[in-house]
Design a protein around this ligand. Structure first.
Ligand SMILES: [Ca+2]
Length: 352
């Protein structure tokens, strides 16, 4: 819990996420039932695109041409129902459900190391709204089936993205399916939907109170989420918002998504089928603890991303995700590479 706690502070300082889970709803902002998208994959032939953007945040640029090969990618984020199939078939136990290994947390009283995960509590814990360190809490017993801790359940969220999955959990699911997690370049290529150089996956027009285009935070963060999109500070069923140009849903908002790449600030990815920086290069200047446990890139923003704080439900946006820490707004989707792929010491290989 210790390192997780330290990492949690770092995460909470940079990720905009807040608020209590609200009453579940299956309705989108327009009052109509969310359509059920097919749980298939979309084949992308790959190509050269402009990765990154003129930095809205310093870590996401400068933009550069990058080429990716052909691959398939899940049309939606992996849902609770899909993850439940994996657990039922394999007996897999997620990292948050296991007692942390004291060897990984030297100097920490083993009694403090309990199965736990990161939950956004937001303004509830910080009435002044001025202390981001209080917006997140390590909750004993929080895990994918109890996403906000004991007493919560995902049983009424089967169509919603699974959360509270650590990086290794996401990779284990992908391997079970004969797939992989996307590289950052693959993820961003897919998210842009063929719209090169645009701020959002749908173009340059902003998502507004009157026309929300994704499940993110509308209003003043972290005090007021107007939930103009129909989902107040919580996940939405996958597929409630219009897909991008490639037919992919929720590449903006809903939940952040794991990628394979190691994180370092500033975009240096380039070339063909880039794998990102080496593990030894990974760093998060805002979190000294990351030196002992490098982080992976997460993409896409979440239901906690507001325009006035996070503003990262954009294809170029990127954040560091501590690999040992799931959270209540972080999920994933998988890919399968279709062409020749460079293998590397990072274990990246053609799936299937
Ligand atoms: Ca929302």
């Amino acid at each position: 819990m210790l390192l997780r706690s330290l990492l949690a502070v770092g995460l909470c300082l940079v990720l905009a996420a807040c608020g209590q889970p609200s009453q579940r709803t299956a309705l989108a902002a327009n009052g109509k039932p969310c359509p059920l998208p097919p749980s298939d994959q979309v084949q992308l032939k790959g190509g050269t695109f402009l990765m990154g953007g003129a930095p809205v945040r310093s870590e996401e640029g400068p933009p550069r041409p990058v080429t990716v090969g052909a691959f398939e990618i899940d049309r939606t984020e992996v849902t609770n129902a899909q993850f439940a199939e994996f657990v039922k078939a394999t007996g897999y136990i997620t990292l948050a459900e296991r007692k942390p290994d004291p060897a990984l947390y030297p100097g920490v009283d083993p009694k403090l190391l309990k199965p736990s995960s990161l939950v956004f509590v937001g303004a509830k814990a910080d009435p002044s709204f001025n202390n981001p360190g209080l917006w997140w809490k390590i909750v004993d017993g929080a895990q994918w089936q109890k996403p906000t801790g004991p007493g919560s359940t995902n049983r009424d969220r089967l169509r919603e993205p699974v959360v509270q999955v650590a990086w290794e959990d996401a990779l284990a699911y992908a391997r079970w399916k004969g797939r992989d997690l996307p590289t950052e370049a693959e993820w961003e290529f897919a998210a842009r939907g063929g719209l090169d150089g645009k701020r959002y996956e749908w173009g340059d027009a902003p998502s507004t109170q009157t026309k929300p285009r994704a499940n993110h935070w509308q209003g003043v963060f972290p005090s007021v989420d107007t939930s103009a999109d129909g989902f107040k500070t919580t996940t939405a069923p996958v597929g409630c918002f219009a897909p991008n140009g490639y037919g992919l849903y929720d590449m903006a908002g809903n939940v952040w998504e794991w990628t394979r790449d190691w994180y370092k600030p500033g975009l240096e990815t380039e070339g063909t089928d880039p794998l990102g920086p080496d593990r030894a290069e990974a760093r998060d200047p805002l979190d000294p603890a990351a030196a002992a446990m490098p982080k992976h890139v997460i993409k896409g923003g979440s239901f906690l991303c507001s325009d006035d704080f996070c503003f990262r439900y954009r294809p170029a946006a990127r954040q560091p995700g501590p690999p040992d820490t799931g959270s209540s707004h972080l999920g994933f989707r998988t890919v399968k590479r279709l062409g020749p792929v460079k293998t590397a010491d990072r274990g990246l290989a053609k799936s299937g």
